[in-house]
Design a protein around this ligand. Structure first.
Ligand code: PEP
Length: 269
């Protein structure tokens, strides 16, 4: 667990090796190291290794966008958490693009979270409802199922260390990009913490980092970062634009200069 604001850029399946190197270079020029902000870059698996040699570790950490839950073996085309463990600090797990395009089930996501901890990589678990689930009034059920299953078989200490990103699918730029209102986002983030509390107690609920993701850019990020209990943002499209991504970090820096409180949870169960 950390009190630093977490800003994660998900580059998705974009940029070849030299383009990724240029973007990293531009980001390093624009973004300063801030003690209270942690900036994480999630490039495609292909470029993690070369970027790990180039990256300024005072400014950035690396994340993978996905990994396979078995540690090694005959799984052609897959890359395991074990293979990534010395290269990345975080892995994004259960992103809606993986759940929807690659039919990742609740069980697969759960196994990936477990594999992540087994290999000393912190999972960034993505949860969120689709537009049709939202219209059908199923948001809470979906969040409950996604959080409960992904967190099964973990220890309270592991849950305290992990990151959960609330990403309503309808708000993600590639799935519609409808802007979610911060007060609505807050209710679902509170619900996620409530689920964690039910499963692992008040301490884990307080310490788990909860992010928001969905069409966040430098212009609107403030509305989400100011949500009480929001520990940061997961950024897709805007993370490929160094002006916008650096602007998001700048905004976080200025917001952190204002007093901010965590949700009012007691320290112990
Ligand atoms: C994402 O894919 O996790 C995401 C938040 O994307 P975008 O910022 O483009 O909506």
């Amino acid at each position: 667990m950390s009190d630093r604001t977490l800003i994660v850029g998900n580059w998705k399946m974009n940029l070849n090796t030299s383009e990724a190197s240029v973007l990293l270079h531009r980001l390093e020029e624009r973004i300063k190291a801030h003690q209270d902000i942690e900036v994480v870059l999630a490039p495609s698996t292909l470029v993690i290794q070369p970027l790990s040699l180039q990256i300024d570790r005072h400014k950035f950490r690396l994340a993978a966008q996905n990994a396979f839950f078995k540690d090694e073996g005959p799984f052609t085309g897959e890359v395991s958490f074990t293979q990534l463990r010395d290269l990345v600090h975080y892995v994004i797990i259960g992103h809606s693009e993986r759940r929807l395009h690659f039919e990742e089930s609740l069980g697969i996501v759960r196994d990936k979270v477990a594999a992540s901890f087994r290999n000393d990589i912190i999972p960034i678990l993505c949860v969120g409802e689709t537009q049709s689930e939202r219209r059908a009034g199923e948001t809470r059920q979906v969040l409950h199922d996604q959080v409960t299953s992904a967190l099964s078989n973990l220890t309270a200490n592991e849950v305290e260390d992990m990151v959960i990103a609330y990403e309503p699918v309808w708000a993600i730029s590639t799935f519609g990009g409808i802007l979610a209102k911060p007060d609505e986002v807050k209710k679902e983030m509170d619900f996620i913490r409530h689920q964690v509390r039910e499963l692992y107690g008040a301490k884990a609920a307080k310490r788990v980092r909860v992010l928001y993701g969905g069409s966040v850019d430098d212009q609107i990020v403030g509305g989400y970062l100011e949500i009480d209990g929001c520990d940061g943002v997961l950024v897709g499209a805007a993370s490929l634009n160094y002006h916008k991504f650096a602007g998001i970090v700048d905004r976080a820096y200025h917001i952190n200069r204002q007093p901010k409180e965590k949700p009012n949870e007691p320290d112990e169960k």
